[in-house]
Design a protein around this ligand. Structure first.
Ligand code: ATP
Ligand code: LTN
Length: 336
């Protein structure tokens, strides 16, 4: 018999914190995959402002950066008519489910999160409980939408694992409630390293401006940053152990041009690091120029951005409320 029931496409969910303008690490590790997946999947993308306050934020700066992050999502080519794009704090189900999931997360498992350990060291004067329960809020973000895939950089893998553990535990107690999500981590670009200290991940909150390239940096600034990137003294463009700086530049170049490491080694055989750095910078400039141009246009139209954010929040609220209602019934809360 013919089956006329429309099949839902697999759902994708991800989010980015509005802590600063995203770097090429965020872009190559995550945002580019968000765009690539938006053609074939049912995509839900958020600006994670609730997560951002786990680190102290200036209110006016947080507001500006939230709007900028939202404008950036539209500028990487995501269509707000085809994807659900919203600001996390506009949808109240996230904090509500996070509280419930807190009660199904063990203190011991949350203590093992490396991001918590890193951030507690970096912000030793403000090791707040939100920083500790951060992954549970992230689990709520994902599970509310019954997401199948979560495109993220390699640094978020552990948070996806705890999300799966929480979901499996809840399903084990109450029966099938949550879809078990899978991380989607690209083969290259999943961990872009700092240009000044290539053993450390590039981070948008790094205080050294030479360490990271922002998506909105001018071509001139991008060229200068790549020219001053830390490399090694071998002067041979090849991927190998002890060559963190060159490995990083090769990964960035490979992401932007689609070339394999072998092709890159052949292209730069007999040439010095100077030539290679210029080529990497040019490839990055070419990739980012359309994004920067679209952003500069979009950010001036606040009314349009706010209208898109309101529509996105309505859709997100509707989808996520269904999951929250189901969870509340299962847990045993008396219905109104
Ligand atoms: P912060 O420095 O404020 O902690 P962040 O740069 O780590 O921020 P997030 O907003 O936490 O950025 O991350 C957004 C997405 O970018 C996540 O999927 C994350 O895994 C990815 N990402 C972050 N840094 C990198 C990196 N260096 N390489 C590849 N992907 C990254
Ligand atoms: N913790 C993530 C941001 C984030 C996220 C999410 C990513 C918040 N909620 C849900 C994927 C799915 C980070 O990138 N640091």
């Amino acid at each position: 018999m013919e089956n006329n029931t429309p099949q839902r496409r697999p759902r994708v969910l991800s989010a980015i914190q509005p802590t600063a303008i995203p770097t090429i690490g965020n872009y190559l590790g995550a945002l580019r995959n968000w765009k690539a997946m938006s053609d074939d999947y049912d995509c839900v993308y958020a600006v994670a402002d609730l997560h951002a306050i786990t680190v102290r934020q200036d209110p006016a700066t947080l507001r500006r950066q939230t709007l900028e992050a939202f404008a950036l999502l539209l500028s990487i080519g995501l269509d707000p008519e085809k994807n659900v794009i919203f600001i996390q704090s506009h949808v109240n189900t996230h904090s509500q489910l996070a509280w419930i999931l807190d009660c199904y997360t063990q203190f011991g498992e949350a203590s093992r999160m490396t991001q918590f350990k890193d951030k507690s060291q970096k912000h030793a004067d403000n090791v707040n409980v939100g920083l500790f329960t951060y992954p549970v809020l992230m689990a709520a973000d994902i599970l509310l939408y019954q997401a199948n895939f979560v495109p993220i950089g390699a640094d978020q893998k552990q948070h996806l694992e705890i999300t799966r553990d929480i979901a499996e535990r809840f399903n084990g107690i109450y029966g099938n409630t949550f879809t078990i999500p899978e991380a989607f981590i690209g083969k290259v670009g999943a961990r872009v390293m700092s240009l000044q200290n290539p053993t450390q991940k590039m981070s948008k909150s790094d205080p050294n401006p030479k360490a990271s390239v922002s998506i909105l940096d001018t071509p001139d600034a991008i060229m200068k940053k790549f020219k001053s990137a830390v490399t090694d003294s071998e002067a041979v463009v090849r991927y190998g152990e002890g060559k963190d700086g060159i490995n990083n530049l090769m990964s960035i170049y490979s992401c932007c041009t689609g070339k394999s490491f072998e092709e890159i080694e052949n292209e730069f055989a007999g040439k010095g690091y100077g030539d290679f750095k210029v080529s990497v910078a040019e490839a990055v400039i070419e990739e980012l120029t359309p994004v920067r141009e679209r952003f500069n246009e979009r950010i001036t139209d606040k009314a349009y951005l706010m209208e898109c954010a309101a529509k996105g929040a309505d859709m997100a609220q509707r989808i996520s409320q269904r999951t929250l209602d189901k969870v509340m019934r299962k847990v045993g809360f008396l219905q109104k």
